[in-house]
Write a protein that binds this ligand. Sequence first.
Ligand code: FE2
Length: 448
Amino acid sequence: MTAVTEHLDKSAETSKKVDVALDHLILGRPIGFPIYDARGVLLLAEGAVISSDFKRLLRNRGIDSVQIDQRDLSRITLNADLQSNQTFSFDNDLTQRLDQIIDSGMMSVQNEGAAVKDGLVSRGTQAYDVGQRSRLSRQNSDSTAALSGVMKAALHGGSANGATMSKMAGSYLTEMQADVDSVLTSTFQQLDENEMSTQALQTSLLAMAIGVEMEFDAKNVRMLGLIGMVHDWGMMRVPKEIRESTNGLTPSEFYEIKKHPIYSLEMLEKATSMPGLVSLVSYQIHERPNGTGYPRGREGSAIHPFARIVAVADAYVALTTARPWKTPYMPYAAVECLLRDAQQRRVDSAAVRALLCVLSLFPIGSLVTLSDGSVARVMRRNGNAYNSPIVQRLQDSNGDQVDPIAFENIIDLQKSELSVEQALPTPGRQELTLSAALEERKQRGKAN
Ligand SMILES: [Fe+2]
């Protein structure tokens, strides 16, 4: 073979084109080589990123497959073996080690100290303490700023310090011991929901409150707080185009989402002073008691109790947070949907029961109308009486504002003739009512 023919052969080999279904292109991936249509017309130049707009444009033109350079195949499309196989093959040393621990069945949690719940003070119809509110306000801003910094550093290969975050959880636990309702409402009302750090903090504090309700000791509750803060870091490594896709996900894109617990593990491995349990639980957050979760499809007791708790907190925060692709549920609708999910074993029923006690059916911080036509904000849970929380009246039945901290306007519904008539959406915010949320789920079920 002459030098010239050898060169031609080589270039023919390296520029080989492969037909790929549009659905198999992974959103958010930059292409190393141009993409053409079946007749060789350039569709996307090298270096461009596969976007949902690009796919939509082609579909509108009746194009459902494209030609890509085979050197891009493994990088920008779903591997055919993986696509045909529903079980995961993210086998690496770390996941194998975790799977061994899970298989050995050592998944129970013991208390070493007294249950935090035993020392909780019931605040009855007391208003929130003003000093604690301003302290919490500062703490929330500082914590989300700190978490944001740690998450960015972890994304770029830096190491996070588990001890610092555990201390953060400990300081929130101290505030919870004084007034858990005040801690939760301050976090859910004050922060910018668009920030991943806000969702991490809210998940963390809600998981801690559920843990307190489930009678764990301080060490275990702090652990839940730490896991809530870090378990979803891997999501930052999923291309934004997929994370925030407004068009529903193709199987290959959903596969990318399913990788995020493994990405979280890789990031947590680099952290210092991070207990091994944090990795194990983060790995299992998206498993479901009925075995339909990921990455391994584990069932029931093969899912760590902390993973089942943080999953419920994570789901509540996800349902009530506005995202580019979805309208949030009203807090009441989110609790109702989780109760239905618990019946289908999509979430742990004991953890959902604890969530119901922590937030009440009409979650603390949300607005309701009372049976006399007045409007009130749910202020405190009321023990196990989740139907009749302690509320703070804001408007009388004529719609006139009242003094919400006046003695007569803080009402224990368990001791009152009044009851909750209707859950209201958050003022100034678009939220799905329960019936709209159930309809949305039905449609999503059909699409899947
Ligand atoms: Fe997640």
